[in-house]
Design a protein around this ligand. Sequence first.
Ligand SMILES: Cc1ncc(COP(=O)(O)O)c(C=O)c1O
Length: 480
Amino acid sequence: MIQMAATTSRYVELAGRIAASISDGTYGIGSRMPSVRDLCRQYDASITTIAAAYRLLERRGLVEPRPQSGHFVRAAPLEAQEPGVSQPHPRPTEVGLGELALMVMRDSLDSQRSQFGPALPDQALAPSVELERIIAGLARRGEAGTQRYDVPPGHRELRVRIARRAAAIGCDLGPDRIVTTAGALEALTLALRATCKAGDTVAIESPMYYGLLQSIESLALRVVEIPTHPRDGIVLEALREALDEHPIAAVVAMPNFNNPLGSRSSDDAKRELVELLGSRRIPLIEDDVLGDLAHDGTRPSPAKAFDRRGLVLWCSSFSKTAAPGLRVGWIAAGKFQAAVEHMKFTSSVATSTLSQVVMAEFLASGGYDRFLRRVRPAYGARCVAMAEAVARYFPRDTRVTRPTGGFVLWVELPRTVDAHRLYDAALDAQVSLTPGPLFSAKQRYRHFIRLNAAGWSQPLEPKLRTLGTLATRFAERGSR
Ligand SMILES: Cc1ncc(COP(=O)(O)O)c(C=O)c1O
């Protein structure tokens, strides 16, 4: 593990040095870069390391490979600026989303539409064939296990597999500290129920995934939204101030690739977050659903890895990677384990046995890791390409994030554009998007939208251009 981490950081470091030689003009636009062999000699590195460094630079849009000729410096990529730190409403409020999210989800899933809306993984990259083969094999052998309940904590083999993966990223939990759930949203809801009661206030990163906001709303909790940096995650100083000012029952954060921001907190920031909350005995509910999708292939540790007090409730699933429809997730709830097991049992008895068996086998066969190796760089490249297309077709002052994991882009439009009206106009043009107001308790972010880059490819460019044209029209005329 340690050796793997060292190799990984070496290629990232070398990519940084090669990038520096492009930005200081040693290699100008269009010029040919040194060959892989030359760089092996120059940096005393292996072919694999240099090839990985070049692949990273390709994903960042700095160089392009040409068949039989090597790598060339690309024309300066079109880059829009990034949004700034979010500025949510500073006081605790109720959540007022109502039915909006479900409506948007239904509209977006219409297969006639180009789906830039829901944050679903790309179907074409999905490991459907592998999963179907596993299901067929289980059925043939009569081992699908659908006849029995796997009562909480859930299917043992699956928990063993999750525990092994957790250990490799710094969480020595063991299978008995994990409860399987029907996806991450159930895990997060159980975490909220175990730590809060109606009327309590939770502090949340802002913007925040709307499914969690809805769960908070349905439990009659209040929220205080905390400013979040689009690259570095929750602003700890702002969180500290909120904790000083308001009684906070729990904090909800997505340190690895916030949806919609794509932000990622450093290990130091995660440690500081866990210590800050631990010293005040406040539980941290960690949504790590996108943690496996780091574009550079290095799985970041969750905040749970720094938890010494059992106060971090780590929640995740295989929905953004293997298959959302399997509905397999988990929670490692620390001190709240017994409460979570009981709540899971009283709310749904057990997670689908078949889904758990399938996922356990997919993990055991190595298929999941092979799949991740395929999909992570693809999502990285798609995020870069789609962000470039946004810069090309959207109004001049548009800002867009540059996530280093996951597959969504958070787009800030000129203030005159109303995201709901853009959403309606886009649906008429057979394009879906997710309006920004869904990501805040009081429907702020009115001039923001979230775009899904997972399925991005060149043929979708005309649809994005249409969206950009609509946004430009609204920006010029004002759509409010
Ligand atoms: C950030 C985030 N957390 C949790 C979930 C819910 O995941 P699941 O489908 O596993 O319940 C989603 C799904 O969109 C998500 O984007």
